[in-house]
Design a protein around this ligand. Structure first.
Ligand SMILES: Nc1nc2c(ncn2[C@@H]2O[C@H](COP(=O)(O)OP(=O)(O)OP(=O)(O)O)[C@@H](O)[C@H]2O)c(=O)[nH]1
Length: 244
């Protein structure tokens, strides 16, 4: 069931049985047995950042594979739901696009709660918008409920197509520095060319999916279980590694 390259990286995969594949489908809720204890969740992503940095374009490129060079400011908030498949397992990304305009901030903040992923977007060709990312993150974390987990943070440099290699390299250093301070992963993307857009959202989904799967699996004497179903022998981190 696993590719040779995966087995090379992870020899224990040889011990996995065809039942494992079934088990992962069960984990996705396709034929979820009663009391399996697994409830597949949606990954909530919120996209934040200054006016006109490219938030809506990011969403449109990922969900509709289109790019529009005309600018229409977002009013309040908007959202799209996108299904992706991870090893054949359906998983949902609920992506919230917020307005960069200050006057809509209060409205958008109502939607920040329980986010699994925060994407802080800045325009690679406007360094000022990078500096503001820390404020967007501060505001988003402030409205988090006490029981909410800390979301995964992505610092996303948009409009990469507008920069020469030389200017990109100097912005990248600054962005990496900022990402480190914010405990974020830095990604540079272009909604115009599509560069890195799918990879960015797949990465966000993968991290969130890992968490969901980890929560639903239990480990007992080297047996991995979902609810009362034995799915394989090994340990949880090995399985997660195999999935990605
Ligand atoms: N060249 C280039 N232009 C882009 C890219 N992404 C967005 N733009 C342009 O930048 C402008 C603003 O893009 P939007 O996606 O609307 O920006 P936004 O951050 O959603 O703006 P608000 O909704 O007002 O906060 C538009 O004219 C887009 O066409 C990109 O990757 N490359």
């Amino acid at each position: 069931m696993f590719e040779n390259k995966e087995i090379e990286k992870f020899p224990q995969a040889l011990n996995f049985t065809p039942y494992d594949k079934f088990a992962f489908s069960v984990a996705a809720g396709e034929t979820c047995p009663q009391n399996s204890g697994f409830n597949l969740k949606v990954c909530k992503v919120i996209i934040l950042g200054d006016l006109c940095v490219g938030k809506t374009s990011l969403l449109n490129r990922f969900c509709y594979k289109v790019f529009d060079s005309n600018y229409r400011s977002t009013i309040g908030v908007d959202f799209q739901s996108e299904q992706i498949n991870i090893l054949g397992i359906p998983y949902y990304l609920q992506i919230w696009d917020t307005a960069g305009q200050e006057r809509f901030k209060c409205i958008a903040q109502c939607y920040y709660r329980k986010a699994h992923v925060i994407m802080l977007v800045f325009d690679l060709s406007s360094i000022r918008t990078l500096a503001n990312c820390k404020n967007w993150l501060r505001d988003a974390l402030e409205v988090r409920g006490e029981s909410d987990n800390r979301p995964y943070i992505f610092l996303v440099g948009a409009k990469k197509d507008l920069l020469s290699n030389e200017s990109y390299n100097s912005v990248e250093d600054l962005a990496l520095n900022t990402a480190k301070k914010l405990n974020a992963e830095f990604w540079s993307v272009s909604a115009k060319t599509g560069e890195n857009i799918d990879s960015l959202f797949f990465r966000a989904a993968a991290l969130s999916f890992d968490d969901d799967l980890c929560m639903c699996m239990s480990e007992d004497n080297g047996n991995i279980q979902i609810g009362s179903d034995l799915i394989c022998r090994g340990n949880k981190s090995d399985i997660i590694y195999l999935l990605w």
